[in-house]
Design a binder for this molecule. Structure first.
Ligand code: NZQ
Ligand code: ZN
Length: 385
């Protein structure tokens, strides 16, 4: 079990109507607010009006239209607004894309240069405005972590950056806001949560028993509740458990005593950088192919542990057990309605070479659970066709 520091201090307000606490939370942070949101879902479901009403005593400026896979162009607009109006606090109302954009905007407010610099090199991040979030999609964990992922489509780059100061000051997590999610976003969000768990669970360290059991229980929550939320979008218990799973899956808890490079995320980031696909869909496609590719003498026991503890597989032959677990993972994503081949999301093999090269160079795949080179990544991508 590795040494670790666990210090994540977001004030989580979880449950129905917690948004009522927004004025109290914001009042300690300042009067001038930049409210950041996406393409309109919060206007349709009434959350926009609710937040504006609650912030009637604040001076609220707005950045609307943050895209899925948020673009640096939106971040630049937000930074301009912060500088023009001496904003005190950035409020993100939306999913991971909105929150991630808000984080880099908050970092850019006091930065002299182009905010893309903060994405390319996190050591450039200096003073960051406080960030508050109202979460509307269970997936990324951005509501309680230090990461932001931003795309630059001119350069076909989608890069992650991070800072302790990007950890939100407070996050409002009301499961009823998930009721309006379309089924494809519910399913993709769940695949993202599960992938965050896999990236931390499948690591070589032994003895982090607590982190591994936490991981398995979060996976079981996803497997139990995603189908229920798909069947009945306003099932509060299902939405609440998925929402809490998303937060816990990527707030550093699961990596306590563990660590090491990720695999499917760096590969998926190349798919979205070139084709702007939904993050969770790309992950669902890559994950089972990656699992099959790295199954060997060194990894078989861990896959079997996953199969036994998460899927209840009782097969005693280790390879059979591991393969059954991988099949169960793939079948689960399929049953949730996620397209499971690259062809279905409009991707052919024409950019595999450059994507594989970038995934290895930018994504640190040499430090992954099973280190991968460009040839390995290309082979995995080909298996996704
Ligand atoms: O833009 P609006 O109109 O709000 O619509 C959004 C968007 O079209 C819609 N939506 C969100 N909440 C809704 C809703 N529609 C109806 N009802 C609601 N309650 O859903 C669509 C997708 O939203 P988005 O924010 O893009 O999804 P998600 O939360 O999955 O975020 C994905 C982004 O986060 C990055 C991904 O790479 C991707 O760019 N990630 C961020 C991480 C982090 N910060 O730690 C880690 C992740 O691994 C991931 O890389
Ligand atoms: Zn992710």
């Amino acid at each position: 079990m590795n040494n670790f520091r666990f210090n994540v201090c977001t004030d989580i307000r979880f449950g129905k109507d917690q948004v009522e606490a927004l004025p109290e939370i914001m009042s300690s942070l300042g009067k001038k607010v930049l409210m950041v949101y996406g393409g309109g879902s919060i206007r349709k479901n009434g959350l926009y009006d609710k937040v504006k009403m609650l912030l009637a005593d604040f001076e609220v400026f707005e950045l609307a239209g943050v895209e899925p896979n948020p673009k640096i162009t939106s971040v630049r607009e937000g930074v301009k607004l912060c500088k023009a109006h001496q904003i005190d606090v950035v409020l993100a109302v939306g999913g991971g894309s909105t929150i991630d954009a808000a984080k880099v905007i908050a970092g850019g407010a006091h930065y002299e240069g182009d905010p893309w610099d903060l994405v390319v090199d996190s050591s450039e991040i200096g003073k960051v405005l406080p960030i508050v979030t109202v979460l509307t999609l269970a997936a990324t964990g951005s509501e309680m972590n230090k990461n932001a992922v931003i795309s630059n489509m001119e350069m076909n780059e989608k890069l992650g950056t991070s800072s302790r100061d990007f950890i939100p000051y407070a996050s409002i997590c009301d499961p009823t806001y998930l009721f309006t999610l379309p089924s494809n976003q519910t399913a993709a969000g769940t695949a993202d949560i599960m992938s965050h768990i896999f990236e931390q669970y499948f690591q070589p360290q032994k003895g982090a028993f607590i982190s591994d059991r936490f991981a398995e229980s979060l996976l079981k929550a996803c497997i139990k509740y995603c189908p229920i939320a798909l069947e009945k979008p306003d099932d509060y218990e299902a939405r609440a458990n998925l929402m809490w799973a998303s937060t816990q899956a990527l707030n550093s808890l699961l990596t306590c005593g563990k660590g090491g490079g990720w695999t499917c995320h760096p590969i998926e980031h190349e798919l979205s950088a070139f084709y702007d696909i939904t993050h969770g869909v790309g992950l669902a496609i890559v994950t089972p192919r990656w699992m099959r590719y790295i199954l060997n003498e060194d990894t078989v026991d861990k896959f079997c542990e996953y199969g036994r503890n998460v899927w209840g597989i009782t097969e005693t032959n280790p390879y059979k057990c591991a393969n059954m677990a991988i099949d169960a993972t793939e079948n689960f994503f399929k049953a949730c309605g996620i397209p499971m081949t690259l062809g279905e999301v409009g991707i052919d093999d024409s950019k595999f070479k450059v994507m594989a090269e970038k995934a290895v160079r930018l994504g640190g795949l040499q430090d992954a659970y099973v280190p991968l080179n460009e040839k390995d990544v290309e082979t995995i991508l080909r298996a996704c066709l």
